[in-house]
Each structure stands twice: as C-alpha cells, then as structure tokens.
Write a protein that binds this ligand. Structure first.
Ligand code: ZN
Length: 254
C-alpha cells in the first residue's frame, strides 16, 4: 500500500540570520522525510537559498520540489519568497503551493501583501488585463490552536508567540520524534515550556522585541543542550555561544 519509509526526518537549514543581515540568509529550513519536502517560512531569495543549501549539503533541492510551506507570519524575512515561489509554481510548474498557516495570516496575505504584484497581468500586445486571486497560486490550509494538526504525515502543534504581528511557533512530530521552532518571539518562558518536550528546538535570538541570548543561557541545561539558535544578528559570536547555533546548509536528523 503506502510507500516504504526508510529514514527519519531531516532538517536542512536554509538561513539562520535576521532581516538586516549581510552575512546570512533569513531564517528558514526544510523538513525532509519520506520523499517529502516541507518548507518552514519562505524568505527571499528562496531559489538562491535552496541552491546554496544544496551545494553545501549534497541534497539537491530546487523550486520544483517545494509544494508545501508552513508560514508562521507575514514579516518579509519569513514571507517575501512567496511571490517568486507562487509565480514559479503557477507559470512554470502549472501547480499551486499549499500554505499551512493561521487565519490572521491568511486574511492579510493577499489583500495587503501579494495582490499588488500578483493580482493582475496586462498582456503587452492586446493590453487586456487578466485578474488573479490568491487561490490561483496558493491552496490555504488553516492550522488550529489547541489540537494536533495533521499535515502530510506530520503532527503539528502550534502556539501563539509574543511578536509584533500575529505569529505562531510550532512543534512538528514525525514517527514519535519532535522538532520545535520558536518562530519570532520575545522571551517567553511559557513558549519555551511548550517547546521543551521536543527532541530538538530551533529557538530565535536577537535584539529588540526578540529573545535575548542572555535569557536563553539561564535556561536549564537539559533544554539548552537540545537547542539550536537561529535568527541571530550578524555580530553574534557563534563560536563563543554557550548554546549551539544552526548553520546554513547543515542537516540535522531526528
Ligand atoms: Zn517577525
């Protein structure tokens, strides 16, 4: 019946930086399991990020492989790649991307982000304008709080974060192993508690409304040991960090 499952979930890191970085791509990663590839957040330049991660990891991934995206919020360093991905899938692959997100994100995504550039197309010769809607590019699957969401053989549990925009962190389960991702959040002990039963936790750190490194190093050792930092500022000294940092192109296996 079903396809034979031969390996565990792998997580391929595409970016570890923040919006203003000169050194890194914006934070994003790919879940790889059972021939599936699910993108978690979608910054740009997405295709270049996939290309670089492919070269570094030896796992070849390109836009044709990306059909499913978990979108945590609408800040550009998490969502600006959707325009290129949507155009590519619609006009090159002739298929749609499935987006997994929360209602607040889905509501704003088209009218206040994508419509200006993706909503119409004027033919250069006939001058006729074709109009497009969100559903011409994307299928939306809403994730619910307070329950286990099923996404392509994964279990996904989401939790609202303390951030400037509606945003969620999540726990992703596959074959009894769990990876957590804080997404963008200020320091929130309850969010860390939510993530704490995961086998691996990607947690953000940065300045401003983000989570200070100084708070994370005060956490109990058993949590810090399974934590990897992402969304780091350029001047963050990853070699001296007391918590390991994720690296672009690196693969973590669960
Ligand atoms: Zn953000």
């Amino acid at each position: 019946m079903g396809k034979k499952r031969t390996d565990n979930m792998k997580i391929l890191i595409l970016g570890v930086g923040d919006f203003f970085s000169r050194r890194y791509y914006s934070t994003s990663f790919l879940l790889l399991y059972d021939d599936r590839k699910i993108l978690v957040d979608c910054p740009d330049p997405l295709r270049r990020m996939l290309y670089d991660a492919s070269r570094r990891s030896g796992i070849q991934i390109d836009l044709p492989d990306i059909n499913d995206v978990i979108l945590t919020h609408l800040h550009g360093d998490h969502s600006n790649g959707l325009e290129a991905l949507g155009f590519y899938k619609r006009f090159v692959d002739q298929r749609r991307v499935t987006l997994y997100t929360i209602p607040e994100v889905a509501r704003e995504l088209w009218e206040h982000k994508l419509r200006a550039s993706m909503g119409s197309m004027t033919d250069l010769e006939s001058h006729r304008t074709r109009h497009f809607d969100l559903k011409d590019y994307f299928k939306i699957r809403l994730l619910k709080f307070g329950k286990i969401n099923r996404v392509k053989d994964l279990k996904i549990i989401i939790r609202r974060t303390k951030h400037y925009l509606p945003c969620f962190g999540l726990k992703i389960g596959y074959r009894g192993r769990w990876v957590g991702y804080s997404s963008d959040t200020s320091f929130d002990p309850e969010h860390i508690e939510f993530l704490s039963d995961c086998d691996l936790i990607f947690h953000e750190t940065n300045i401003g409304g983000h989570t200070p490194y100084e708070k994370l190093i005060e956490l109990p050792a058993d949590i810090r040991k399974k934590m990897l930092l992402v969304h780091v500022p350029d001047d963050f000294d990853i070699r001296r960090s007391k918590i390991a940092c994720a690296q672009e192109g690196k693969i973590f296996e669960l």
